[in-house]
Design a protein around this ligand. Structure first.
Ligand code: CMP
Length: 139
């Protein structure tokens, strides 16, 4: 089974959407094999999003992801990285397909409630950023 990383971002946590989003993903067939809640500092946020360093929204993004607690989860399903991107929808909630997580709950391109690993940008690197092998369960 393939694995991918989900982040429930500070906007969604503050709006009490953790359970709603996890139910949406469970109903879509994903299994949670690791999960934790944490409040990243700017150093951690900057390192996680280093691929976006130099872009005009990078500083905003690092401030935002470190603005409150987040939930990180490793999800598994057949073709998980591609499937999760489909279920969460386009980055900009206004462009996300009806019924996707960002379409339903996102409010702007920045405050888009979740992050999902890009299938072509090494989801395993993002899983390993937050979880050791011993924190990921097979059951
Ligand atoms: P995410 O999937 O977490 O990956 C990078 C994030 O940058 C993206 O979701 C957006 O929330 C955020 N972001 C902020 N501004 C922009 C922008 N103008 N274009 C793309 N992404 C942006």
């Amino acid at each position: 089974m393939d694995r991918t990383l989900l982040i429930i971002k500070p906007d969604a946590v503050k709006r009490n959407l953790i359970g709603t989003i996890l139910k949406h993903l469970g109903d879509a067939g994903f299994k949670i094999i690791a999960m934790k809640m944490l409040w990243p500092d700017k150093e951690m946020g900057g390192a996680f999003y280093e691929i976006h360093k130099g872009k005009d929204f990078y500083d905003w993004l690092v401030n935002f992801i470190s603005s409150g607690p987040i939930v990180v989860a490793c999800l598994t399903a057949p073709d998980a990285p591609k499937k999760l991107r489909e279920v969460v929808g386009a980055t900009d909630p206004k462009k996300a397909a009806p019924g996707t997580v960002r379409n339903l709950y996102g409010t702007s391109v920045g405050e888009n409630v979740v992050h999902a690993s890009a299938p072509d940008e090494n989801p395993e690197r993002e899983v390993a950023f937050f979880f050791t092998d011993r924190e990921i369960f097979t059951y």
